[in-house]
Ligand binder design. Sequence first.
Ligand SMILES: C[S@@+](CC[C@H](N)C(=O)[O-])C[C@H]1O[C@@H](n2cnc3c(N)ncnc32)[C@H](O)[C@@H]1O
Length: 282
Amino acid sequence: MARLELESYRRAVHEVAQALAPGWERHRARIEEAVTPVRDLMLTELAPRPGDTVLELAAGAGDTGFEAAAIVGETGRLISTDFSSAMVEVARRRGTALGLGNVDYRVMDAEHIELEADSVDGVLCRFGYMLMPDPAVALAETRRVLRAGRRLTLSVWGAPEGNPWVTILARMLVERGHVPPPTPGDPDAFCMASQDRTRALLEGAGFATVRMVEVPVRFVYRDVDDFMTVATDTAGPLAMVIRGLSESERQAITRQLGKAFAGFAADGGYRLPGLSLNAVAS
Ligand SMILES: C[S@@+](CC[C@H](N)C(=O)[O-])C[C@H]1O[C@@H](n2cnc3c(N)ncnc32)[C@H](O)[C@@H]1O
């Protein structure tokens, strides 16, 4: 992508985050429930210590970092950041509800981290880097602010085949002419799904040690209407597309999804699998 296109992509991602922040806040608990295995692994691998300063990038509603805040305690600090001011306010409300007093909330683009070099003891970024126009720049910035020997733990979405919770809808919207097919190489939810690419990005940013593991997750829905409600409120650019559909097209897609989800029926609803790729780098 040319630089100009990257900038318009950045603006589009920012606009979507601003628009979806209320939906992310509304569905926060069920999103967290689905991706708990990812959050748990990230915290275990980060291994923060009391007194540490931890930075969370693209924090959204902030729960991954808030677990670190509880561990680093009164003598430590979490810097919870996102480039969407609306998301930062969601995180601030959540951190306040949790009674956390050691969190700085900051609007910050991960490609321009406004912190001194070697100033943090750990970095978390869950489902963020793959949405950034230039993940290489964001990872180099991450390396710059991270103290030697300390860790970055990140997660991105793994292969599309492992993520029917979003790919079934995405494919349907392409087939029905509402979105263009993805262009290989452009940033999107799966552009860091390849372990080779993610490793190369991390090594290119100066991380000497990189380990990766895939973590399965499950999204649970009562029925197709429940899925459509959550997708309309939270599913990134797809949410914006669904919001613009006519009522009859929305109903047609809901019916088609009912058939496509049949293989995932469980407990009177649906359990849709997802697969995340997690990396630990230092
Ligand atoms: C899929 S959400 C994930 C939120 C949260 N980390 C989680 O796992 O629940 C992606 C988040 O990345 C943020 N984001 C995207 N590009 C960013 C950038 N360049 N700098 C900082 N945040 C960014 C969005 O605003 C959004 O809150």
